[in-house]
Design a protein around this ligand. Structure first.
Ligand SMILES: NC(=O)c1ccc[n+]([C@@H]2O[C@H](COP(=O)([O-])OP(=O)(O)OC[C@H]3O[C@@H](n4cnc5c(N)ncnc54)[C@H](O)[C@@H]3O)[C@@H](O)[C@H]2O)c1
Length: 409
């Protein structure tokens, strides 16, 4: 691997994240060859060959693993496939980038971790949002560690998905990745962004108590083939974002919600702070500036607030730790990129794009034998924060976390 300048990548799952985010990034990287793509639908693999220059296409994942000359696999399929697909790739010595969720049980998450360690391959476990790959998060975590908030007391976070669309529009409107199946972990496991945000700021979690529920059982989603029709008409590989159109398409296919669509988790962190974290979709708009419930952290020396027109802001009596203080008394970290052009959930141009940064980090780790920042420990810990919530809700008891983030985080 060290002798070679290009990593040969295979992609399984040519769905929305592949075409909107990962493939446009990979095709620009001189250190990457998009060797093979695989999907159940030929229209999707064909589109990836045409748009992103993939060399080979497969309709069967195990055939791709067997026949394609690849060093690494990006697993971008629906949740139920993540564990078997990852284990099969790692068994063959392939590096992996695994989209969320890593797994829905700790047994399976540990199976992945053991296999990756045994094979000595590089594993990125998404999402890398709120990780140290984001320079703003890295700075915030460093300030918190230095004591800018003093002793952190409590925090709150709500994660509802987009609120600016109308009724029924705040959930994934299409496809198999929609987290409706009983074993998918539901919307709780669709949104690891919330626990990632909490640990990205506060470090490891110690325990969780939770209540979960399912409120809305009948949904309608956009027909699967609409994505293929969309792809046929895409000509610019850097503008293949299905989200731009799918949110406005008619929903015609009924689907039953068999999993959790609502979870309240009370986390106690290793630093002694406690906080409530809410996951739940909403079905009608809120007023501008009210919805969402971004992370807010309150300490003996200061407060940290995400949102409010900024990426995040800190007010602190430890002014010596703040890089600068505005006239209003806060240190504001600006929202990067052109926010006026943002259309959920496309990353704003110029802002931190976690899919792109993960891809670059993954290739760097493979070529230069580095340990991924968003690797096994990150994946195991975030998975356990969600798994522990489901377990606590099921048993009615507090769930004690068994994993921790590395000291450096
Ligand atoms: N949609 C988003 O914005 C988004 C954001 C972040 C993460 N994710 C994650 O990315 C992953 C994919 O999500 P998506 O939104 O791109 O979904 P999607 O439904 O658009 O794409 C998934 C693709 O995987 C293919 N697939 C399913 N089973 C397969 C199999 N056995 N063999 C080969 N291909 C198979 C499907 O045909 C589909 O094309 C999920 O794990 C999801 O959690 C999605």
């Amino acid at each position: 691997m060290t002798e070679q300048s290009k990593v040969k990548v295979g992609i399984v799952g040519c769905g929305v994240v592949a075409t909107a985010y990962y493939l446009p990034c990979l095709m620009e990287m001189e250190t990457v060859e998009i060797t093979a793509v695989c999907d159940l639908y030929k229209a999707r693999t064909e589109a990836c060959v045409r748009l992103f220059g993939a060399k080979e296409e497969y309709l069967d994942y195990y055939e791709m693993l067997e026949k394609a000359d690849i060093d690494a696999v990006m697993i971008l399929t629906a949740p139920g496939t993540h564990v078997p697909f990852t284990l099969a790739a790692v068994e063959k010595g392939k590096h992996i980038l695994l989209q969320k969720p890593m797994a829905t049980t700790m047994e399976e998450a540990h199976q992945i971790a053991d296999a990756v360690r045994e094979a000595s391959v590089k594993a990125i476990i998404e999402p890398s949002s709120s990780s140290a790959l984001d320079p703003d998060m890295k700075q915030i975590r460093s300030l918190v560690k230095q004591g800018v908030l003093g002793d952190v007391m409590w925090f709150s976070l709500g994660w509802t998905g987009p609120t600016k669309y109308g009724p029924e529009l705040s959930m994934n409107p299409y496809g198999q990745a929609a987290f409706y199946n009983e074993d998918s972990g539901g919307f709780l496991f669709d949104l690891p962004y919330a626990p990632a945000n909490v640990v990205g700021v506060l470090g490891s979690c110690a325990s969780v108590m939770a209540h979960t529920a399912t409120y809305v059982k009948d949904h309608k989603i956009v027909a699967e083939e609409k994505y293929d029709e969309y792809l046929k008409n895409v000509t610019d590989p850097h503008d293949a974002n299905y989200w731009d159109v799918v949110l406005d398409m008619p929903r015609t296919v009924p689907v039953k919600m068999e999993a959790v669509d609502n979870a309240y988790s009370l986390y106690v962190m290793a630093d002694g702070s406690q906080g409530a974290c809410h996951i739940g979709r909403i079905y009608h708009p809120t007023l501008p500036g009210v919805g969402g419930g971004s992370l807010q952290v309150f300490g003996t020396e200061g407060n940290l607030i995400f949102g409010g027109g900024y990426y995040a802001s800190i007010v602190s009596s430890r002014k010596d730790l703040l890089p600068e203080v505005s006239d209003d008394g806060w240190y504001h970290i600006p929202q990067r990129g052109d926010v006026s052009k943002a259309k959920f959930p496309k990353p704003t141009p110029g802002a931190f794009n976690y899919y792109h940064e993960s891809s670059k980090h993954w290739i760097d780790c493979i070529l230069n034998d580095k340990e991924p920042v968003v690797g096994l420990e990150w994946g195991l810990h975030i998975t356990e924060m969600m798994y522990g919530a489901l377990e606590s809700s099921r048993t009615g008891k507090r769930y004690e976390m068994t994993t921790r983030l590395p000291e450096s985080m």
